[in-house]
Design a protein around this ligand. Structure first.
Ligand code: SF4
Ligand code: SF4
Length: 199
């Protein structure tokens, strides 16, 4: 990718380091250990966390924030455990994603990934039920992703026909999964979410 020097934002690294989790960005010395151990690179060959870090340090703000690969990290923390510079890459990526979400909210960017919708739906289930409720997650996520309830339900049926059946066969899904979970101390969880929101 050619670098357009006149478009570089030298303040971008400071912007990331000013976010919670982004503080260690500038410690990266580009050894590539993170990318070599990342399980996602086998599934998404274009994904390269070292490169995202490098582009961020160079100030390629526009390219980094609009990169769909920013959203494929699983936050498995393998890279964080192996990084010799303690960069905490998963946290740095989360910090960059928050900047991208704010830019989208401000109308400056369109995120090319359904991941933020999924993450929000996931959080809402935890907040509401105290743990993940798959049906609630699917009911919130698919219509938002597809733009309408009908289209969302069709997309959900298509996906569930495949991985839903596989989960069912492995005992990870069944009649019990249809019922909303009842977790003790839900008020505490709600309070945690409320305080996180206030922060
Ligand atoms: S492992 Fe750490 S130091 Fe090495 S490239 Fe990745 S983030 Fe940079
Ligand atoms: S936390 Fe993300 S970038 Fe790091 S190894 Fe896991 S999937 Fe890859």
């Amino acid at each position: 990718m050619p670098i357009k020097t006149w478009e570089l934002d030298p303040n971008f690294k400071n912007e990331i380091m000013g976010e919670a989790g982004g503080e260690r960005l500038a410690s990266c010395f580009q050894c590539s250990t993170c990318t070599l151990g990342c399980p996602i690179t086998e599934i998404v060959p274009s994904y390269n966390p070292r490169k995202i870090i490098q582009m961020s340090l160079l100030g390629m703000r526009k390219e980094v924030l609009s990169n769909p690969d920013l959203w494929v990290c699983l936050i498995c923390q393998t890279c964080t455990a192996r990084c010799p510079q303690d960069v905490r890459i998963a946290d740095v990526l989360s910090a960059i994603r928050r900047i991208a979400e704010r830019e989208e909210e401000a109308g400056n960017l369109k995120i090319d990934s359904p991941r933020p919708l999924f993450d929000k739906a996931f959080q809402h289930q935890l907040e509401k039920y105290g743990r993940l409720y798959d049906i609630g997650l699917a009911k919130e996520y698919y219509p938002k992703k597809e733009g309408s309830f009908i289209k969302g339900m069709k997309a959900m049926m298509k996906d569930y026909k495949d991985f839903g059946m596989r989960m069912f066969k492995k005992g990870k899904m069944g009649p019990k999964a249809m019922l909303a979970p009842k977790v003790k101390g839900r008020a505490v969880i709600k309070k945690i979410f409320k305080e996180m929101g206030e922060e």
